[in-house]
Structures are given as C-alpha cells and as structure tokens.
Design a protein around this ligand. Structure first.
Ligand SMILES: O=C(O)c1cc(C(=O)O)c2c(n1)C(=O)C(=O)c1cc(C(=O)O)[nH]c1-2
Ligand SMILES: [Ca+2]
Length: 546
C-alpha cells in the first residue's frame, strides 16, 4: 500500500508519483547508472502500448510493479523488470468526444489503488492488483469542453485533480475527492467570481468562460499542508475582450489540502493574451538567495521568465525573476511584486496582427524541469529564439466549441523564425539557483519537448527532439554521454527504479499533441518537411549484468 509516510519520503528504488517526490524535482536518488558507465546502458525490454498520439506519462513503479498511462484512457500494469503484462484497463469514452490534447500524463498511486483522470472528465479508482474499477466519479461535463490530461495528486486521504479546457471557455478549478469513496471533498475555482477576492478583475460575466485550466499535477509541502497548482491561460485568448488582471489565470495557487482554501498566490502575468498557460507546478527548493535562506517555489514560465518565489504557511512572496529565453513582451518587472510591464506593441488584440517572443508554446510548455540536490542545478527543457504571430478576431461562445479569438489556421502556422532560431531553438539549460547563473546549455537545431529527469548518478535524461532520440547528459557539465534512437519522438516523463539490485531507466516514446503541431507549424513556414513516426512504446534500459 502507498501510504502518506511513503509519499512523504519515497524510497530510492521506487517512482511513486508524477515527479517522484512531492517537491516536484523529477529526481532519482539511485546511482548505479552514473556518468562513469551510462555509455554502456542497454535495452532491458520494450513494450508497444497499442496507441498512437502523445505518450507523456512516467512509468510509475511500486516495489517491482509498473503502472503506465497512455492516450485513450488506458492504464497498463506490468512486471517492472521483465515487461510482462499483468492487467490492462481502458475506459471507453463517447465517440463524439474530440480531444484537443490527446494525451494522459499518468496515474497516482494511493493505498491499494491506482487513480486516473480521463478525457471525458471522470476520476477513476482502480484496484492495483486487478485493474478493476472500484469507483468512478464524474468531475465535470465534457460537453462543455472539460477534459482531463493530468496525473492526479494523492495526499492525506484525498485525490486532487484539475481540468483542461482553457481553449473552450471553461471556468477552471482544482478539486479533491475522498480516496476511499470518490466523494467530492472540495472544489476551488481558479477564476475568481463576483464578490470573491479578485472577482473584480473580470468585467461582467467573462469569469464564467475565463479559462484558467489546470492540466499539470500540483506539488505539495507536507509541512504546511499546502499544494501548489499552476493555472492555465485566460480565455478567450485576446486580452481586450476581458480588461483587468483576470485573477487567477496564469498564476500559482497555494491551496490547503484539507479544505481547498486559497492561502496565497502569485500571478506570473496579468491579462494574458499569449496562451501562456502557467500550469507547470513550481518546484519546492530550499535555497539561499542573496545570503538569505528561502523556502522557494521555482518555476520556468511559459512566459519565458524563470521565477523564484517564497512560500510561507499563509502566503506566496515574489523574490526574483529573469528571462531564460528571448522575451520581448515584458519591458520591466516591479522589483517588489514581480508584476511585469508590457510593451504595448507586443500584446495580441482583436483586429491586430502582433509578433511576440517567446512563441505561444512558450519558453517551456508543459514538459517538466528537474532539480538535482547534489549539483544544486535546475534543468530546463527550453525553446529559445522563437516567436509567434497572431491575428486576433472576434469570437462568440458556443458550448463545447473552441473559444480562441484566433483562427485555427493561424494557430497551426503561428511560429516565426529569427536569425537566431535558424541556428537553434531547443535547449537543455542548467541553472545555479544560488548565483542565478546559467552553468551549461545543450542546444538542438529544432524543438525540444522533452521532460527531464536527473539522478544521483550525476545524470540528466531527456528526449524531446524530432529525431527519435533519448539522451543522457553529465548533470554537472552538460556533456552528452549516451543517446538511443527510439521508435518515435520522446515526450514522455522519464523515471528510474530498482528491482533485485539493478537500476532501470524507463520512458515512453510516442510523438503527438503540440510537439507534433509545432512540427507542423515549422513544416508550414519552412522549406523543410519533417515527419516523426507514430506509435507508443515503453522503453526500459539498464546496465549489462556483471
Ligand atoms: O488550456 C488548456 O486547457 C490546455 C490543455 C492542454 C492539455 O491538457 O494538454 C494543453 C494546453 N492548454 C496548451 O495550451 C498547450 O500548449 C498544450 C500542449 C500540450 C501537449 O500535450 O503537448 N497540451 C497542452
Ligand atoms: Ca492552453
């Protein structure tokens, strides 16, 4: 059984949750595979999932058993050392349901159960031994544009989730369900309504369709019982349709896990007009900043700034922020609050064509950063040097239809090259958070959609490029130490685990969703055409036996 005690201090041999620990580090304390021997890493087993589209979920492992979520609401349970299938669950969803983002980012383990959030906006509890449904709860109405792609967060008897739908005029929320019964415990809207604090930051009834979706797992601080959730873009995209700050879109929220009460927040940027969802949950890192000890929240923003905040038991304070990729929208940040001032020429608006950097896919979209406590470095999978051009147009709300204010043709061709992006776009960056200095950068000619994992073996793992490769870098120096061509592009979250004294590295390969759309946008604006093979495979590697 997966207990709170185990989730608070996960064993090195397991990968029990989305980012391995509540702090969101994407860090494995295992070190059998290291910078000294990773060049010998070889295939242990591979397993075809039977699905196409975006395979993004980490292989989650509990004492030799692996649980993998794939697109189409499928969960596969396997013997972790052999890849032998034990059970498979697939939720059927209505045929009419077209998922804008066809992916699932993983399961949560709690007690003897496995939890998955589905495309038709159900939260489902499965028996971990058999894969049989124990309960399922309808979380929201998919016909109104709600769908779920994130891995749930389990803590203190509750299973927490959020919903996607920021491009459909939903009103976002984080909700918690009793792990035993599936009964809803609380629901906190990410978009403030009339009479609530922040409610006056939305004109008229625009809050009802204000977006603020939550589609990446939150992080959690057991000491204060606060969970930290990133909030997506405001909707519709053009900011002139909803003058005001639009709280709490594009923010981080600190929510009390027992009650859902909002205890603090920081809005990274107000009145969003760029589809810069700030959904990635901040990493919890204790660090020293200018000689002061800070219990920080670190977030590489889709808006292209690297944010350092401070968490207390009742507040979120701004500490520092700086651009980590080319950014031409913010002209300055208020040194006390971090509130940005915008270049008016860079704000997309209805009836205007506006060019801005980074692109609408941001300095970093959803693929998670990683933090290694030994190197003290934060690793960011970045898209640098790239810009977008959007032409705003009037939009009318129709239930269940896209609510953007930009034509879909424009979205699919939005990228604009710069002299620098012709040289390179994708990067793996390593930042020393003490000094605020970048320590190393690995560059790719084209995009990087690769979630990162770092290990005590002084390694950083990640894929993300359109050449199908999965790679290992020296965590201290950035030197490329190993690469392996998989079946498809790797946008999966890597994980690591140990069985019978051997360390394994696992990742799903299966290109899709916006990595594929961004490739399509490059294909549309460049002379070159790239296709990436489709199909999902779980890849598991280890060292040769001695
Ligand atoms: O506003 C939303 O609700 C929402 C949801 C999702 C999603 O659930 O995957 C994405 C986005 N927005 C988004 O803006 C985006 O760039 C994106 C990329 C991806 C992906 O899986 O590659 N999903 C999403
Ligand atoms: Ca979005």
């Amino acid at each position: 059984p997966v207990t709170d005690a185990r989730l608070n201090k996960p064993e090195a041999q397991n990968w029990l949750m989305y980012r391995a620990n509540y702090a969101g580090w994407g860090y494995s304390p295992l070190k059998q595979v290291s910078d000294k021997n990773v060049d010998k890493l070889q295939l242990a087993w591979a397993f075809s999932t039977g699905m196409t589209e975006g395979h993004q979920a980490p292989p989650i492992v509990n004492n030799g058993y692996m649980f993998v979520a794939t697109p189409n609401n499928q969960v596969i349970c396997l013997e972790a050392k052999s890849g032998r299938e034990i059970w498979r669950y697939k939720k059927t969803i209505p045929d009419e349901l077209q998922q804008l983002h066809p992916t699932n980012r993983g399961v949560a383990l709690y007690g003897d159960r496995v939890y998955i959030a589905t495309t038709d906006a159900f939260l489902v509890a499965l028996d971990a031994k058999t894969g049989k449904e124990v309960w399922k709860t309808a979380v929201a109405d998919w016909k109104s544009g709600y769908y779920m792609t994130l891995a749930p967060l389990a803590a203190k008897g509750k299973i927490m989730i959020g919903s996607s739908g920021g491009e459909y005029g939903i009103r976002g929320f984080v909700a918690a369900f009793d792990a035993d019964s599936g009964k809803e415990a609380w629901r906190t809207y990410t978009i403030a309504g009339p009479g609530e604090p922040g409610g006056d930051s939305w004109p008229g009834d625009t809050y009802k369709r204000g977006g603020g979706s939550v589609w990446i797992t939150g992080t959690y601080d057991p000491d204060t019982n606060l969970a930290f959730w990133g909030v997506g873009n405001a909707g519709p995209w053009m900011a002139d349709t909803r003058s005001g700050d639009n709280l709490y879109a594009n923010s981080v929220l600190a929510l009390d896990v027992d009650t859902g009460k909002l205890k603090g927040y920081h809005q990274y940027h107000h009145n969003d007009s760029w589809d810069w969802d700030e959904v990635s949950a901040p990493l919890l890192i204790d660090l020293e900043h200018k000689g002061r000890k800070v219990k920080s929240l670190v977030h590489a923003g889709r808006n292209g700034y690297l944010w350092m905040l401070e968490r207390t038991d009742s507040k979120v304070n701004y500490v520092d922020a700086w651009p980590y990729v080319t950014q031409n929208v913010f002209t300055k940040l208020d040194p006390k609050t971090g509130r940005p001032t915008y270049d008016p020429a860079r704000i997309p608006a209805t009836g205007k064509t506006v060019n801005f950097c980074p692109s609408l896919w941001g300095g970093k979209d959803w693929p998670p950063e990683a933090y290694n406590p030994h190197t003290g470095l934060l690793y960011i999978p970045a898209q640098n040097n790239l810009c977008s051009e959007l032409t705003g147009e009037p939009v009318k709300y129709n239930k269940g239809e896209l609510y953007l204010g930009v034509s879909i043709e424009n979205v699919l061709t939005n990228v604009r090259m710069t002299p620098e992006s012709k040289v390179h776009i994708g990067e793996v960056q390593a930042w020393d958070l003490k000094t605020g200095k970048k320590v190393w950068t690995h560059t790719y000619p084209e995009m990087n959609w690769g979630p990162l994992m770092t290990t005590a073996g002084n390694l950083v793992f990640g894929g993300g490029t359109n050449d199908r490769k999965f790679r290992a870098f020296n965590a201290s120096t950035g030197k490329l130490l190993w690469e392996f061509p998989t079946n498809s592009g790797v946008t999966g979250v890597p994980s690591s685990f140990e069985v019978d004294g051997e360390q394994y590295i696992a990742v799903q390969s299966g290109w899709g969703v916006d990595a594929e759309r961004m490739q399509g946008a490059f294909n549309a604006v460049l002379d070159k055409k790239t296709t990436v093979p489709q199909g999902g495979v779980i890849w598991v590697f280890k060292l040769p036996r001695k």
